[in-house]
Design a protein around this ligand. Structure first.
Ligand code: SAM
Length: 232
């Protein structure tokens, strides 16, 4: 039940490359089996194997219709440690986030940006789990911004928030998080150890700081609570 990218739009797909080997040797698939497929550009669905031999596999592809978009939130997240990132990706994807931007802050370990911390296959797996949970088919994008925080705020955040409300979740902010959808939003969530004061000041000049109440929540809990409030 692996994702095997195929061309968008084709209802029949013939595979003769390494994906054929994958079907035969790893999945040990047979004619009549169903496999999961991914399409470059986003959608995922299922395919039935209609023919299979040593030279080619022919698939009948059934791309599922995604559910209506539930919320339009871009999540800008100070990169947390890998187990937390995995939870956030799965849960935020299930709640409908379609764009993630992972950035660096003072209290983010440099090692989190290494290939160990940001394993592409683990990220793909988390997105898939979130999509499957919500029966969604549009794969979110995940951008990684390892540059210094100041540069991220100056050079990347404007594009991430163009035409959108820009919010930063910060415990103790004087404004409460909205309890209803507020349209396209870019939501910034801080690192496990919180933002340092200089970062809070830099963000306060470009974003509306919002509070979730007196309980300090773990990153993954705060993300779910924030998205739940901003969802229709
Ligand atoms: N001691 C840190 C501080 O005071 O900032 C706690 C950081 S918290 C574990 C990680 C992130 O989750 C925060 O930077 C913020 O974005 C979000 N968060 C957690 N609880 C929150 C709350 N009650 N209100 C607003 N944001 C919260």
């Amino acid at each position: 039940d692996e994702l095997a990218p195929i061309d968008a739009g084709s209802q029949r797909a013939v595979l003769s490359d390494r994906r054929l080997q994958h079907l035969r040797e790893v999945l040990r698939a047979r004619v009549g089996d169903e496999v999961g497929v991914g399409v470059e550009g986003g959608a995922i669905g299922r395919a039935t194997i209609v023919a299979l031999d040593a030279h080619a596999a022919e698939l009948q592809v059934h791309l599922a219709e995604p559910p209506p978009a539930a919320l339009d939130v871009t999540l800008a997240l100070a990169l947390p440690r890998p187990p937390t990132l995995r939870k956030v990706l799965q849960q935020a994807t299930a709640l409908g986030v379609k764009r993630f931007a992972l950035f660096r802050a003072e209290r983010v370990e440099r090692s989190y940006f290494s290939s160990h911390g940001l394993h592409a296959s683990a990220i793909a797996e988390d997105l898939r789990l979130g999509l499957e949970q919500a029966r969604d088919t549009i794969v979110p994008t995940v951008e990684v911004h390892p540059e210094h925080f100041g540069r991220f705020v100056r050079e990347r955040l404007p594009a991430l928030s163009e035409g959108r409300t820009l919010l930063v979740a910060h415990p103790g902010a004087p404004t409460q998080c909205p309890r209803t959808p507020i349209g396209p939003t870019t939501l910034i969530v801080g690192p496990e150890g919180g933002f340092i004061p200089a970062e809070v000041a830099a963000l306060a000049s470009v974003a509306q700081a919002i509070d979730l109440g007196p309980r300090i929540l773990r990153v993954e809990t705060a993300v779910v609570a924030l998205l739940a409030r901003l969802s229709p």
